[in-house]
Design a protein around this ligand. Sequence first.
Ligand code: ADP
Ligand code: MG
Length: 616
Amino acid sequence: MKKKKLHKLPQSVVNQIAAGEVVEKPASVVKELVDNAIDAQASKIEVRIKNGGIDMIEVADNGFGIPKEELPFIFDAHTTSKIEKIEDLNTLVSMGFRGEALSAITSVARVNVSSKYVEEEIGNEIDFDEKGKSSVKKTAKEEGTTVRVENLFYNIPARKKHLKTPQTEYRKIFELMNNYYLIYPNIHFILEKDGKVVLDLPVVENSKKGDITEERVGEIMNEKASNFLRVYYEGAGVKISGYVAHPSNHKNVGSKNYMFVNNRPIWDKGIYRAVHEGFSRYIPHGQKIDFAIKIDMDPQFVDVNVHPRKEEVRFENPYRVYSAIEDAVRHTLEKELSFKDTPSKEERNVKDFSSLRQRFNKASTTSSNRAGRGEESGKVYESRNLYSSARSTSVKDSLLFSKEILSSQIKEEDDQQKDLPWEEKMNIRDIFQIFNKYIVIEFTDEKLWVIDQHAAAERINFEKLSKGKNGLDLQNYLVPVEIERTREEAIFLDEVKDFFGNIGIIYEINGNKLILKTVPTALSKSNFEEMFNEIFSLEDNINDLKKNLEKRRDDLLATVSCHASIRSGQKLSKEEMLNLLRELSACDNPYSCPHGRPAVWKLTLSQIDSNFERTY
Ligand code: ADP
Ligand code: MG
């Protein structure tokens, strides 16, 4: 084979090679053009796509336009009005910044630009292709800039062949645009596909760049906006904001996830994981959640230029960012779900509370110092009312009521009040079990609850265990229970004795044997063999389990509490059912079991009536 002579590549080929980095697919062209429109301070951007962008991409904006004398040069490589020196890259706020987008595009497609600069009277246009540019011609144009890109890769058949089907390329454009809709609620976007308007998103009133709004989230996720919970956190140099789906809307597959750093769309697995970690107590393991989360931080601590298409980031301190996200999400769920049921936002429960209050006060009329106490309870009530009037009717509201008013208040009650059966104070009319699996409770105030007895028991035990052994009821075995483990497991269990001791599982290790001496009473009849099997299967191997023991504490407690709990299939006495209800009502999160399954299903008589299309 003969060596080829050393030669300099023609500029057009250099450009085409460089273009490969920027222009990989139609969506990358759309991205560059929309970025430019945003940089030109447009408040309305129309994107028109033909045949998946392969035949045509047109982006029209109402931004400040391009001066006539600059028009011929915007497509030269490394021509930009946005940066001057390399340091600018670190602090740059504009979207595009390499000054090479347009030049790259012109080397692989035919381009027409028409623009009217704000300070000029008339608009101008110019054509570009790989061979060069036309002269500047006058054109009728009201405002802004329109860039039309046609016949993508017409001059590079090999690249053109590698494009996916028009549908797929269109889908990528559609997905890309979603990011813009989220970050720019202050921009009116219109998306047109093959001559038809697909989306027309007017400006969200009173919004500004970077505000993730409920309106746009709802549009993009194709869900009711009110199905989302707002996430907000600020501190330690990061600000986290956005929306996550209500846990009841978890999905098997196909969740929609949007992430931004300093308003740039990115994809980062750590962020994805952190959001789902935050959800881990609320949705079943492995389920997925829609979210749109934004991180704002000092640009010094994050590198968004890792990837030529700016899709990835490198955080200087990823752990801090991830844990902030996880905390923010968890905090939102705790706050929202503790007091609020599913969507019915406007529904108020003032009525429910006032009827309970009446009953409560009626009970206290028998008291000797009635005036004082009546006032007292009224006050507590008032504040609950204030609070709940802004919130919805929910299991937790009623449970909170019972927890706060019935337990803390009743402590100070006189004897007569104390003698009132607890279930009467809860307004329970009837309680019974069905299928040895669910507890059904009929309340006098036209409510019906169905409780999953196992899920509820798990929740109760989980919360007890979480609080450590001091609050636990312990039981010593007269004859210790012995469990055989592998050598490796026995060594591990010996090392983490204190960890288990703290949740009331007290044992000694003798060779490969675990000798169980004391356990929480709720656990006394458990199958420990199975329980430890499950604990060891939490991680792939013992080293990981050891390393992550503290991090996996909740999972471990969930596993243990599952074994400690009333099972489904178990017949319960009325006493046991009432106990379960009473304990559940004292939980911080009675909403779900520690694995995220719901524990309580609440119905009202009017819901049941409406199911039978009864209007009276
Ligand atoms: P960059 O955006 O990195 O500066 P581009 O190649 O994308 O590089 O654009 C080159 C220049 O063309 C920009 O700096 C800007 O001055 C001008 N320009 C491109 N598109 C627009 C637009 N839609 N409105 C106003 N000016 C534009
Ligand atoms: Mg640009």
